[in-house]
Design a binder for this molecule. Structure first.
Ligand SMILES: Cc1ncc(COP(=O)(O)O)c(C=O)c1O
Length: 278
């Protein structure tokens, strides 16, 4: 890993360098992005930085300096290019009181890069009993308060799955701990709207755009989470998974990839190869 913290590249990526009073540490007052790195170059960085601005504004942190982040990204990616890796950009409220009030010392900015294993082409998912709070103050923001996701993902792992899928407070399909969910029904692809409370995934947006001509395009619609129990195909999307077919949802086996998933995967591979700034 190469790690940049508030302007400095660390000699030891694992050295303790942040205050124990950093508001990201004490109360989860922070936002982040995960960006894929292909042959040493960040993929869709502009889209990720736009979303980072939105998350930081939503938390009242204000947009972080894009020039500074781009400098940090260049610094951590310097050297022999990583074939496949991940950048993590984190912005927190900085040093502050132990409670929920925010301090005035300015944000903490951390950018880290490291290699990543390529994910399998297909996976198992489970639905979980907990709900995503689509009515909460942080709905749709990519904050560092991910403890709900930690619990749900551990639940999924105990059941031999790599992703846990939430309904929202109305019982409608929402998203996974780190993925958006797509399913096929009646020969068309469907995915929840961002009003469901899901994160506006960068991969989700690109699939919507790039698959606009695939079997009539993707329908954005909010339906009960049970829709997964009868879907013909399911896939999940994220920065590190791209379009990943689902071979089992709860106890039900599915064809993976089914025909629409396979077509979406082929479109993804072709379009991704066209450039790193889609
Ligand atoms: C909660 C959540 N939903 C969806 C996604 C997928 O978003 P993206 O495609 O931008 O990685 C992520 C991952 O960043 C996430 O954390």
């Amino acid at each position: 890993m190469r790690v940049w913290v508030n302007g400095t590249i660390l000699d030891d990526a694992y050295a303790p360098v942040l205050s124990v009073f950093d508001h990201g540490f004490t109360v989860g007052d922070g936002v982040f992005e995960t960006v894929k790195v292909i042959d040493g170059r960040p993929f869709a960085l502009r889209r990720h930085l736009d979303r980072l601005d939105g998350s930081a504004n939503g938390l009242g942190l204000g947009p972080p300096s894009r020039v500074l982040i781009e400098e940090a990204v260049a610094a951590v990616l310097k050297g022999p290019p990583t074939a496949f890796g991940r950048l993590r950009i984190t912005v927190t409220g900085g040093v502050g009181p132990a409670g929920s009030d925010r301090g005035t010392n300015g944000p903490t900015l951390v950018v880290a890069a490291g290699p990543l294993d390529v994910r399998p082409d297909s996976t198992a998912i489970v639905t979980v009993p907990w709900r995503r709070n689509d009515q909460g103050a942080t709905a749709g923001l990519k904050t560092t308060s991910y403890a709900d996701n930690v619990i749900a993902l551990a639940h999924a792992r105990e059941r031999g799955a790599s992703e846990a899928v939430f309904a929202n407070t109305a019982g409608l399909l929402c998203e996974g701990t780190g993925t958006n969910v797509f399913y096929a029904r009646d020969g068309r692809l469907h995915t929840p709207t961002v009003r469901s409370g899901c994160l506006a995934g960068v991969t989700r947006a690109l699939v919507l755009e790039w698959c606009a001509d695939l079997a009539g395009g993707v329908v954005e619609v909010d339906e009960p989470i049970d829709v997964l129990a009868t879907a013909d195909e399911i896939f999940v999307t994220s920065t590190t998974r791209d379009v990943q077919a689902v071979y089992r949802c709860d106890d039900r086996e599915l064809t993976a990839p089914g025909p629409l998933t396979e077509a979406a995967q082929a479109i993804w591979s072709k379009r991704e190869a066209e450039g790193v700034d889609p």
